[in-house]
Design a protein around this ligand. Structure first.
Ligand SMILES: Nc1nc2c(ncn2[C@@H]2O[C@H](COP(=O)(O)OP(=O)(O)OP(=O)(O)O)[C@@H](O)[C@H]2O)c(=O)[nH]1
Length: 335
């Protein structure tokens, strides 16, 4: 087999592995949400108020978000009037087009990296959302791209957080800079920035405490961390990623609003999509927040954190609908 053929096969098998990760990770949403929609469209015989009400309930139940659902239903009603549609099944491709359009939006530009030298990525989020786990997986992702990665154990508040980060550091094969539990996170960052520069590290991933109870303290602590980082690397942090837990639904949106622009967020990591049937939260996030979803958590394994890819997402959920749409297109082209 030629070198190029081998390379092509390896690239396509990697792409296939990613497709499978998205398909497996989103299987709960596909099984519950997509199948409920399908059932509604095949069971109902006419498009009446009961039909719209049930559709609304399914969409809200999938955490698509009330505002987005209201707009979707309004747009569907307008299409029904304009195209004089009577059969629910004729409306299904229109709904799928609308959902796909909402999901696609801007392409994921990936992580913002320093043009040269050290890139600093700060990771924030409330306790238990999967912050430490995501940092470990992100370290693995960046390392597999050939980057030299280091972790800073900035969550000195939660018992066990430092050990947990160290365990992930070991698993990913990257160094972890830490101090004792209870020490000043800004001092940990200072040490980590120096160590990273001395050891020629490409990316420093910084964990932070996520105590929700005291918003003022949390923001003050973050501001102090920013000052330390900027003093050492003036254009840093290059990314401030907020980790959100998909299973908390609309709560995730209010957390994002709490961390708001003051914390200089640049993107989101949405974890535990595999544990929920309410993957519609991605639509709500894309529509209601001005922040890009950069990574999604699709499972607990090291390579289960994937860069968000709207094509993969849409394909994982709606491939059946897309395939049947293509069949319809092909049939109408033939006739
Ligand atoms: N199924 C699944 N589980 C996940 C994912 N991401 C994280 N988890 C799990 O979520 C739990 C909490 O993750 P942690 O990383 O400890 O949460 P954390 O945000 O660091 O917690 P704090 O350090 O208290 O802020 C762990 O059991 C993880 O294995 C994911 O994408 N899918």
């Amino acid at each position: 087999m030629s070198f190029f053929k081998r390379l092509k096969d390896s690239i396509s098998s990697k792409a296939e592995a990613v497709t499978n990760k998205f398909k497996e990770g989103l299987s709960k949403t596909r099984d519950v949400f997509v199948e409920r929609v399908e059932d509604l469209f095949s069971r109902r015989k006419k498009i009446d108020e009961d039909f719209y009400e049930e559709l609304e309930e399914i969409l809200i139940g999938a955490d698509v978000g009330v505002n987005v659902v209201m707009k979707l239903i309004e747009d569907l009603r307008a299409e029904v009037r304009k195209r004089k549609i009577e059969e629910p099944s004729d409306l299904q491709p229109i709904l799928s087009e609308m959902l796909i359009a909402l999901l696609k939006g801007e392409e994921n530009a990936g992580l913002q990296m320093a043009p040269s030298g050290l890139t600093v990525i700060l990771v924030v989020g409330v306790n238990g959302v999967g912050k430490t786990t995501s940092i470990g997986k992100l370290a693995h992702h960046l390392k597999s791209q050939g980057k030299k990665v280091m972790l800073a154990a900035g969550d000195t508040f939660r018992a066990g957080a430092i050990e947990q980060l160290e365990a992930w550091g070991q698993r990913a094969g990257v160094d972890v800079i830490k101090q004792q539990s209870g020490s000043d996170p800004a001092a940990v960052m200072f040490d980590a920035l120096h160590a990273a520069k001395n050891r020629g590290v490409d990316v420093l991933l910084c964990d932070t405490a996520g105590r929700l109870q005291n918003k003022v303290n949390l923001m003050e602590e973050l501001n102090k961390i920013y000052r330390v980082i900027r003093r050492e690397v003036p254009e840093a942090p290059h990314e401030v990623l907020l980790v959100l837990d998909a299973t908390t639904g609309q709560n995730a949106l209010s957390q994002a609003k709490m961390f708001d622009e003051k914390s200089g967020l640049t993107g989101l990591v949405l974890t535990k999509l595999d544990s929920t049937s309410k993957g519609g939260i991605v639509v709500a996030i894309r529509q209601e927040l001005k922040l890009p979803v950069k990574f999604v958590g699709l499972g607990e394994k090291m390579d289960d954190l994937q860069p968000f890819d709207s094509d993969q997402f849409v394909n994982a959920l709606f491939s059946k609908w897309i395939a049947s749409d293509n069949d319809v297109d092909a049939a109408s082209e033939k006739s």
